[in-house]
Design a protein around this ligand. Structure first.
Ligand SMILES: Cc1cc2nc3c(=O)[nH]c(=O)nc-3n(C[C@H](O)[C@H](O)[C@H](O)COP(=O)(O)O)c2cc1C
Length: 347
């Protein structure tokens, strides 16, 4: 690989210090994840409702998801030519443990887990050569996790992802924090986390609003090892979402980005569209049967079924769906290839 600097995490080596953020539902499947891994980073499949295109999904969503997850991991590894591929599984996923087991059985190299603290991840992956990467948004969460893993499993994370308030999808910040945590405050929080991780020799990747090379340089200067990027990868030819989804990103302006209350119980960032305007006016969008996605949703109270809204979006019905995005979405102005983006981040 010429004279580029390779990074080693346990048994895994990355040529380019970029993790692609997992994007559900169906935005990061084997196509995107495989391409990112092939290009030298770590591609990450999102396990969230991954079986949504399978005819059995409506009848038995979780079992269908588990078998499609395995298929997608194998497909991604084929595309990446055997290079490591990760899987993102949110802690609030119903039957989280079964998703983790399915992922490691199919040969996932890294499990990335946020939207909650993955307290029992070491127990669920015993005996598998898999790296564990929790996502945190502050020092306190990391300290709790490190202490618990040490006491119960005598192990530490193989890498830690710190996600800031500019990220897409569900956010680990309250609405107030989203307004008060600016770039300088987030940098301060990253530095606090780095003080802890340096002592433990745990590599750190920072995500949320990372869009170009200077963002990587900025976080590396602070002491991080790499970055996690999601939004920038949506407008690639390889991204698994429908073309209309990508076009919605290209057309979005800064003022179109809104913070929504999601049925998951965390704030989320999305592009304002007809669907969100109807939800705002009090319309409800429910499904015939609950698709068993997350533990925190109460189907009786939720204003909309988030599974259905995300499936509509990824299938191209963008005015009837929820278009999650990071705060930098308005910067997308053309389609790119994954390898073009990745080369920008080679160090
Ligand atoms: C469309 C979309 C879907 C996402 N879905 C998930 C998800 O299912 N699980 C998760 O942990 N993070 C999810 N995220 C967050 C990303 O993995 C990532 O950490 C974050 O968006 C990084 O910020 P960036 O988009 O500014 O690069 C999603 C982000 C986007 C844009």
């Amino acid at each position: 690989m010429g004279d580029c600097e390779k990074m080693k995490f346990g048994q895994m080596e990355l040529e380019i210090p970029v993790l692609q953020g997992g994007m559900g539902v169906g935005v990061s499947l084997s196509g995107l994840a495989g391409a990112v891994s092939l290009a030298g980073g770590l591609g990450v499949i999102s396990a969230a409702q991954i079986g949504f295109r399978n005819p059995n999904f409506a009848k038995s969503p979780i079992d269908t998801n588990l078998s499609v997850l395995k298929e997608e991991i194998l497909k991604a590894k084929k595309i990446s030519q055997g290079k490591p591929v990760g899987v993102n599984i949110m802690v609030v996923t119903r039957r989280y443990e079964d998703y983790v087991k399915a992922a490691v059985e199919a040969g996932a190299d890294v499990i990335v887990s946020g939207a909650g603290l993955p307290m029992d991840l070491p127990r669920l992956t015993v005996g598998y050569p898999v790296l564990l990467a929790p996502i945190v948004s502050g020092k306190r969460a990391l300290q709790v996790l490190l202490a618990y893993w040490k006491k119960h499993y005598n192990r530490k994370p193989d890498l830690v992802i710190v996600e800031g308030p500019k990220a897409g999808g569900h956010l680990g910040f309250s609405r107030e924090e989203l307004e008060t945590v600016d770039g300088a405050e987030f940098d301060r929080r990253v530095s606090e986390i780095l003080e802890i991780t340096k002592k433990e020799a745990i590599p750190v990747f920072v995500g949320g609003g990372v869009y170009e090379r200077k963002d990587l340089d900025h976080y590396r200067k602070l002491g991080a090892d790499g970055v996690q990027i999601a939004t920038r990868f949506v407008t690639t030819f390889e991204c698994d979402a429908h073309e209309n989804y990508k076009m919605a990103y290209i057309e979005a302006k800064e003022e179109d980005v809104v913070i929504v209350k999601s049925p998951v119980g965390m704030p989320g960032r999305a592009i304002r569209n007809a669907f969100l305007e109807r939800v705002e006016k009090g319309e409800r969008f429910l499904e015939d049967g609950c698709k068993q996605c997350i533990t925190t949703c109460n189907p009786k109270e939720t204003p909309y079924c988030i599974t259905k809204a995300l499936i509509n979006a990824v299938n191209g019905k963008v005015e009837e769906g929820l278009l999650f995005c990071g705060s930098n979405v308005y910067r997308a102005n053309r389609m790119e290839s994954v390898s073009q983006i990745m080369e920008e981040f080679r160090i």
